[in-house]
Design a protein around this ligand. Structure first.
Ligand SMILES: Nc1ncnc2c1ncn2[C@@H]1O[C@H](COP(=O)(O)OP(=O)(O)OP(=O)(O)O)[C@@H](O)[C@H]1O
Ligand SMILES: [Mg+2]
Length: 522
């Protein structure tokens, strides 16, 4: 008896002699093969291949109408990829006919009259070969599928990386003009007597701050802006975020439930960014609920797990939920199921970027018909010791009688810095680039050099290196204005110098604080 898996192999017997066909049928059936077909008309072979789909063909060579070699030739033309073994049975042992059959695609020969055992052995070998071929093909197909999938993912990642770079680049470009707006607002506000003007300037300032936050969000998404951390009470933050959206939630008839842990510790996190995450989740829930049948419920829950030192925030809705086919992709940037103009597909990508940059994780659970539940986990971290917030240095009071050289190639930024500092009583000079600054530093002494890091003609790092060669004592008086933390070289340079930094977009307050701290530094 043949091994079980072989017995279902489909075997087609082709011989014009009916007695021969019967003999082989009996032989094979006796060995356990149970999927047999036969024909004594060789013209039927091609048709049977399509309907019966044999795993092996036993083929007589010498037949009327269409001889075996011709059948082989036609078979070869027809089957392109699959390996279909053909065992040729022939009484004609001439070399010539063997060569013709071999060339036409025969897999093996058996000379009539044959030994039963020999026939069975060849049949089994050929079926095994066919089965190996099929396994191989299946594996190749899976592999090909995987390669295609990976290629697709790679392309997506590439596209995203390019998009990310583009966004981050644009965001950075916006930092300089935003510094100017924020700074000018800061300088203007105190002198505004007219209450109308004051309200307007306040609006401008707030709008600019919003832009700053958007820019930071982009940079966070591209993982290029670390969170600005402080103590955050998550329960408050959840209420604030819902409050922000209360109008939309009311119109959509959504009932909001809070289940907030009383013992929730403060987390060391970026307040704005986390609020953005919650706003995105609540907005998604609201959009999912608005077309769903009532009741419309949104639940926000917080929990603390003292053991793992993590807090958990859950945002759940009673909407349609998320089909399992797309669940893996909803955090991908630009993945959206919403009509054009309604969703950009950035909400969850941004949320993930923010949560992960806080060392946390975000995921989704959604059983069919049970709504969606987003779960955020954040570590409860202790803040680093606040060495730089010592009281006397944290203020913005000017240090009397000091002279400052401002080096910046952007006139709007340069004059803003100069004006802010001279209003505080500092002696300020301006240099449009590093080369000019170097000449001025040769001519007189300054207590502080506030230098842009990226400039044409001798940039910040180059200026620093020149100064280090000529007047080493001055290197400790540098403050760098950076719009370019993107650039790893700039970052490495700044870390090496240990010089204080003013990151664009800066506020007048932060300029004053950093300048004071640098002037008072030992
Ligand atoms: N609460 C939810 N219920 C059902 N589906 C959701 C829910 N939240 C997200 N999704 C699905 O995830 C997709 C991606 O969400 P994401 O917030 O990233 O983008 P968006 O909402 O489509 O667009 P954007 O947030 O940029 O306006 C959505 O288009 C939606 O299909
Ligand atoms: Mg969204």
């Amino acid at each position: 008896m043949e091994p079980e898996p072989f017995r279902d192999a489909a075997i087609l017997i082709v011989d014009d002699e009916r007695s021969m066909v019967r003999l082989m049928e009996e032989l094979l059936a006796h060995a356990g093969y149970r999927n047999l077909r036969s024909t004594s008309d060789s013209r039927e072979v091609l048709g049977l291949c399509a309907t019966f789909q044999p795993d092996l063909i036993l083929l007589d060579l010498r037949m009327p109408n269409l001889d075996g070699v011709e059948v082989l030739r036609r078979l070869k033309q027809q089957r392109a990829e699959a390996y279909l073994p053909v065992l040729v049975l022939t009484a004609d042992v001439s070399r010539e006919s063997k060569r013709a059959a071999l060339e036409a695609g025969a897999s093996d020969f058996l000379t009539k009259p044959f030994e039963q055992i020999e026939l069975l052995l060849r049949v089994r070998n050929l079926i095994e070969m066919r089965s190996l071929h099929q396994d191989l093909r299946r594996q190749n197909e899976t592999l090909e599928g995987r390669i295609q999938e990976h290629t697709h993912q790679l392309l997506e990642a590439e596209k995203l990386a390019t998009m990310g770079n583009l966004l981050a680049g644009v965001a950075h470009e916006l930092n300089s003009p935003l510094s100017v707006i924020l700074g000018q607002v800061g300088l203007f506000a105190p002198s505004g007597e007219d209450p109308n003007a004051r309200a307007r300037i306040k609006d401008i300032g707030e709008a600019a701050e919003r832009c700053v936050r958007i820019v930071r969000s982009f940079l966070t998404m591209a993982r290029r802006h670390p969170p600005e951390r402080g103590h955050v009470a998550l329960n408050h933050l959840l209420r604030d975020a819902v409050e922000l959206l209360s109008f939309e939630l009311r119109i959509a008839n959504i009932e909001v439930g809070f289940d907030l842990a009383k013992d929730l510790p403060l987390v060391w996190a970026d307040d704005h960014q986390l609020k953005q995450v919650v706003v995105n989740l609540v907005t998604n829930a609201r959009q999912a609920l608005q077309d769903a049948s009532p009741p419309h419920r949104l639940s926000l829950r917080t929990r603390h797990d003292a053991e793992s030192r993590r807090v958990r925030v859950e945002v759940a809705d009673s909407g349609p939920g998320i089909p399992s086919e797309i669940r893996a992709r909803i955090f991908d940037p630009f993945f959206t199921t919403k009509p054009e103009g309604e969703g950009t597909g950035l909400g969850l990508a941004l949320a993930r970027g923010i949560v992960e940059s806080h060392g946390g994780s975000i995921g989704v659970e959604s059983a069919p018909g049970e709504g969606a539940q987003f779960v955020i986990e954040l570590p409860v971290e202790t803040p680093p010791p606040a060495a730089d917030e010592r009281d006397d240095l944290g203020t913005t009071l000017p240090v009397a009688g000091k002279s400052i050289l401002v080096v910046d190639d952007e006139p709007a930024v340069a004059s803003l810095l100069a004006e802010a500092l001279s209003r505080d009583g500092y002696n300020v000079d301006l240099a449009a680039n590093g080369a000019v600054a170097l000449r001025m530093l040769g001519a007189r002494d300054y207590d502080l050099i506030v230098s842009d890091s990226g400039m044409p003609v001798l940039n910040g790092p180059e200026l620093y290196r020149e100064v280090a060669l000529r007047e080493p004592h001055l290197t400790r008086r540098f403050v760098f204005v950076t719009g370019d933390i993107l650039n790893p070289r700039t970052r490495a340079f700044l870390a090496r110098t240990g010089a204080p930094q003013l990151e664009k977009p800066f506020t007048i307050e932060s300029v004053k604080r950093v300048v004071r701290r640098a002037l008072l530094a030992p």
